[in-house]
Design a protein around this ligand. Structure first.
Ligand SMILES: Cc1cc2nc3c(=O)[nH]c(=O)nc-3n(C[C@H](O)[C@H](O)[C@H](O)COP(=O)(O)O)c2cc1C
Length: 201
C-alpha cells in the first residue's frame, strides 16, 4: 500500500513551508542532499554556466541564501557583470526538486564577509590561498600550491567572497507516487506574501 499523501501534497502554503524547512536544515547538515546545490550564472559569453557549491546559510525571512567563492573565479566575474542566478536543489529521499531564481550581492570586505570568513573552518579557508588563481592553466595537475598544515590561516582572506542570493521565485516539484505536484511561488510584486499557484508537473 502506498504511504498516505503528506499534508503538503495539496496545500500550497504547506509546500512552501516544507521547502523552507528543508533548505534551512540543509544549510547546517553536511549530509543533507540539498547541502550542495547547483548554481547557474550567465557566462561572460552569454552561455549558461552551472556548478556545485556548498549551501552555507538559508534565511527564510530575508528570502536569501549564502555560498562562498573565490573572487578570482569565473562565477565571481560573471556575477559582477550580471547578478542574476538560479539555484537548483534535489533531494532523492524527499523526492523533491526546488528551483530558485534571484539576484546575487557580492561581499568581499564588509561585515557579512568578515562574519562568513570567521565562521569558516581551516579546511575551507585554505582553498582561498591557492596559487595560481582557480581556473588557471597549469602544465601538470599538481602545479599549484596551498598553505601547509591544518592550522587556521588568513592568507586567502583577500580572495574570499560571500555570495548572498536573494530570491524572488521558488518552483517546487514533488514526485508523489499517486501523482506529482508542481507549484510556483513568486514574490516579484510583493515583499511579503508570494503569488502562488499550481502548475502541471
Ligand atoms: C561538492 C562540491 C562543493 C563545492 N563547493 C563550492 C563552493 O562552495 N564554492 C565554490 O566556489 N566552488 C565550489 N565547488 C567547485 C565548483 O563546483 C567549481 O568547480 C569551481 O568553483 C569553479 O567554478 P567557476 O569556474 O564556474 O567559477 C564545489 C564543488 C563540489 C564538487
Amino acid at each position: 500500500m502506498n504511504d498516505p499523501s503528506p499534508v503538503f501534497s495539496d496545500h500550497l502554503e504547506a509546500s512552501l513551508a516544507r521547502a523552507f524547512d528543508i533548505l534551512a536544515s540543509a544549510a547546517s547538515d553536511r549530509r543533507a542532499a540539498m547541502h550542495t546545490p547547483s548554481v547557474a550564472t550567465i557566462g561572460l559569453d552569454g552561455s549558461p554556466r552551472s556548478r556545485t557549491v556548498v549551501l552555507r546559510h538559508f534565511d527564510r525571512i530575508g528570502r536569501s541564501l549564502r555560498f562562498h567563492t573565490d573572487i578570482r573565479s569565473e562565477k565571481h566575474k560573471e556575477l559582477q557583470r550580471d547578478p542574476r542566478l538560479s539555484a537548483l536543489f534535489y533531494d532523492v529521499g524527499e523526492k523533491l526538486q526546488i528551483r530558485l531564481n534571484g539576484h546575487a550581492t557580492l561581499h568581499v570586505s564588509d561585515p557579512i564577509a568578515d562574519e562568513a570568513w570567521s565562521s569558516s573552518q581551516a579546511m575551507s579557508r585554505h582553498c582561498y590561498a591557492t596559487e595560481p588563481a582557480p581556473g588557471s592553466s597549469i602544465v601538470a595537475g599538481g602545479d599549484f600550491t596551498l598553505p601547509k598544515g591544518r592550522e587556521l590561516t588568513d592568507a586567502g582572506r583577500p580572495h574570499f567572497c560571500a555570495v548572498q542570493m536573494h530570491f524572488s521565485r521558488l518552483e517546487w516539484l514533488w514526485l508523489g507516487s499517486d501523482g506529482h505536484r508542481r507549484a510556483l511561488f513568486d514574490w516579484r510584486d510583493s515583499t511579503s506574501a508570494p503569488e502562488m499557484r499550481w502548475l502541471v508537473p
